[in-house]
Design a protein around this ligand. Sequence first.
Ligand code: NAD
Ligand code: ZN
Ligand code: ZN
Length: 273
Amino acid sequence: MSSNRAIAYKGPGKVEVIDIDYPTYELKDGPGVNPDNVGRKLPHAAILKVVTTNICGSDQHMVRGRTTAPVDLVLGHEITGEVIETGPGVEFIQKGDLVSVPFNISCGRCEMCKTRRTEICLNVNPDRPGSAYGYVDMGGWVGGQAEYVLVPYADWNLLKFPDKDQAMEKILDLTMLSDIFPTGFHGAVTAGVGPGSSVYIAGAGSVGTAAAVGAQLLGASVVIMADMNAERLENAAKFGCETIDVSKEDPREGIARILGREEVDAGVDAVGF
Ligand SMILES: NC(=O)c1ccc[n+]([C@@H]2O[C@H](COP(=O)([O-])OP(=O)(O)OC[C@H]3O[C@@H](n4cnc5c(N)ncnc54)[C@H](O)[C@@H]3O)[C@@H](O)[C@H]2O)c1
Ligand SMILES: [Zn+2]
Ligand SMILES: [Zn+2]
């Protein structure tokens, strides 16, 4: 097992499947890798065969040339996979485990991780706190839109599905656990959604949809989804959301039409750019 293939950024509007190295327990130089990370030993890592992965709205920012992503950066931070091998420092995760990989790479050992702020882990990106797979300015960790990917601090980062067969039956849903679902849910939580809330969600993409489902789980009485994409709004209506097509209606007027007043209790921005 010495070969590996992955999807790489090749410049604005262009991605390509390329051959890359099979992962090893040492960080190598590559596009976007901070020199201080080169040669770093990773006995705590696991190597995964990727089972499912998603394209994130955040990948579009790179692919559409809105960032300084370097050419040949391997994309992909939404990874679900099967553990193929583990480093000598891995104690609990085992070969054969089916796992979800949180998109934030974190060490589990620093002050931030110990206070549950894994998105600003101090030990994984020499440039600044916080890191992710396959993302510009995130330390140069190789992405998971690939056949095989390395996950550091495996015991800490990996979420093991307890029943592999059961998980495989729902794998296209469970693949949302690595980023889309928790991101949307987090948006609803931090917006303060609770029982009875009225909620406005800008953007009916995957993250907005997860925020809407999250708001429903948190007890919202009305969830309004806004977009200019008719197909996405149709999807939102299917699971009980009110909708506003912002290409045809001012959001404020749409909110007043639905709620009888111009305010909502909570709002989530799931557009970004
Ligand atoms: N953890 C994180 O911080 C995290 C994780 C995932 C995604 N994101 C970000 O969340 C955003 C959404 O991600 P996604 O995957 O759902 O992207 P997406 O591109 O699939 O969805 C965005 C939607 O917003 C709609 N839109 C554009 N302008 C709008 C406006 N003014 N009002 C209402 N809708 C509008 C678009 O038509 C599109 O359907 C992206 O910016 C992405 O980078 C952040
Ligand atoms: Zn993402
Ligand atoms: Zn940490």
